[in-house]
Design a protein around this ligand. Sequence first.
Ligand code: SF4
Ligand code: SF4
Length: 130
Amino acid sequence: MVRMMLRFDNEKVHEPVTSQVILEEKIPLNIMSAYVNQQGGEILIDVDSEHAERLAKAFRKRGVTVDVPKLIEKDEVKCTSCGACVSLCPMNALKYDPSNKVELNEAVCNGITCGLCVDACPVRAIRLLG
Ligand code: SF4
Ligand code: SF4
């Protein structure tokens, strides 16, 4: 599975680009989060690895910016495993491991469309990327 960020400018956001791509390419995708208004939008999707390149090309051809982001970064030195971020995470991307250390699973993080853990961390151990 590949996670992609689709960015729509203030013109593209008024076109049914996402549904066109799904219908024409016949590639199923899963929308993990979306933030859209009149000025533009960002949609975070998951797609099977085998279809990822074709899907990215199809969106880019229609003027959508496609990023495959590294979403957030946790500083393992700064993190005290206090757990303040764990219960806030809507994706269960932050969990205690068997040795009671808080681990981040980047593969399921919603990144810049979420960011709840960034503000919650008392030692600023998490930062958003891209
Ligand atoms: S950014 Fe959101 S989804 Fe990602 S780890 Fe933080 S709280 Fe969880
Ligand atoms: S809130 Fe910060 S210090 Fe606490 S477990 Fe999460 S990343 Fe680590």
